[in-house]
Design a protein around this ligand. Sequence first.
Ligand SMILES: Cc1cc2nc3c(=O)[nH]c(=O)nc-3n(C[C@H](O)[C@H](O)[C@H](O)COP(=O)(O)OP(=O)(O)OC[C@H]3O[C@@H](n4cnc5c(N)ncnc54)[C@H](O)[C@@H]3O)c2cc1C
Length: 352
Amino acid sequence: MRMGPGKHLKGVFMSLHDALLQFTRLPHQLIITQEFARCGQRGYGDGMMSGSVIGLPPVLNFGSEEIKAKVVPDVLSGRKPICLAISEAFAGSDVAGLRTSAVKTEDGKHWIINGTKKWITNGTFAHYFTVGCKTEDGFTVILVERGEGVETKAIKTSYSPSAGTAFVTFENVKVPVENTLGPEGSGIFVMLSNFNHERWVMCCSSARSQRLIVEECLLWTTQRKAFGKPLHSQAVIRSKLAAMIARVESTQTWLENLTYQMNNMSYKQQAAKLAGPIGLLKMHATRSAQETATDAVQIFGGRGITRTGMGQFIEHYHRTVPFDAILGGAEDVLGDLGVRQAIRGMPKNARL
Ligand SMILES: Cc1cc2nc3c(=O)[nH]c(=O)nc-3n(C[C@H](O)[C@H](O)[C@H](O)COP(=O)(O)OP(=O)(O)OC[C@H]3O[C@@H](n4cnc5c(N)ncnc54)[C@H](O)[C@@H]3O)c2cc1C
C-alpha cells in the first residue's frame, strides 16, 4: 500500500485485492504513514519495511516482467525484504559522485559489481538491493540479490538498530544483466524518479510526529504545576505552544494541498511542477520539526532529556528529529531545489 497503486497488489493479496486498491491512492497512503508515525518510535517505524517503500518502486516501474514475478511477491509478503542502496561515503547529496562500479563480463551476460554503500535503511536484513552503479555509459540501477560477495554491517546511528541501517560491501558480485532496472546508462533518471514520492512520505510522517509532540506538550503543561499553577498559565509557555501549533498546522495543510495535486498529476507532471514545492515542504517540515523538538525539551525540563518515564517521546523525538533533515535530500539542498525550480519558471524578461 505504501508503494502506491498498481498491479503489484494483484495476486499477492488476492482476496484483499479490491479492498487494497481502495487504499492505495495518496490520501490513503498519507493516513497509513501518519498512523505509523503515531507510535513515536522513529527507528522502529523505519524497520517496518521502509526499505521497500523506496527500494521496490524502481523494480515495479523499471524491472522486466520476469524480475517482477520473482521479486515482488517475496518482498510484499515480507519473506525477502528489499532496500535502496544509492548513498556512499563518497556520494550523498551529490549522487553523481558515486563510485560503485558495474562492469560487463566478456560474454555480456553478467555484471560484476564492486563498491560500498553507506547508511542503507533495512540493509542489515535485506535480501534484495536496488543498487546505483557507475557503468561504461553513465549510471545504471541494478537489482542485486544477497549472496556471494555481498556483505552488510550494522551502522550504529542515534536511533534504533531495528531500522537495520547498514554499510554494504559488494566484492566481485556476479549479477545477470536481466537484473538491470531501466535502460543501461539511464540510472540517474531511475534514481530521481522515486524522489518525489519518498520525500512526500517523509513529510507525512514528519507532520504527524510533530502533532504527537504538541499533544504531549498540551497534556504535560496542564498536568505539571510550578509555582502553584499549571505550566500553561505562564505566557512564555503558551507562546511556545502557539508557535508549535502554527508550525504543525501549516505543515499538515500544505501537505494535504500537495497530496491533492500529486493525486491529480502523472509522475512526469509531478516532476515538472511539484519537485520544487515538495522539496520546499520537506524543508519546512524538517525545520519546523527541529524547532518544535527544542521547544518541547524546554517545556518538559529534565524529563525532556530522560529516556524513560513521562518525557520519553520528547527525548526520543529530540534525538532522532535531525534524521529527516538529512535523508531523502538534505534540508538545504531541497530548499535550494525549490527556489531553483521557481526561478526556472520565471519569464526571462520579468521586471518590477
Ligand atoms: C539514517 C539514515 C538512513 C539512510 N537511508 C538511506 C537509504 O536507505 N538508501 C540510501 O541510498 N541512502 C540512505 N541514506 C543516506 C542519505 O540519503 C544521505 O545521508 C544524504 O543524501 C546526505 O548525504 P551525506 O550524508 O553524504 O551528506 P553530504 O552530501 O556530505 O552533505 C552534508 C551537508 O552539506 C550540505 N550540502 C551538501 N550539498 C549541498 C548543496 N548542493 N547545497 C546546499 N547545501 C549542501 C547540506 O547541509 C548537507 O546536509 C540514509 C542516511 C541516514 C542518516
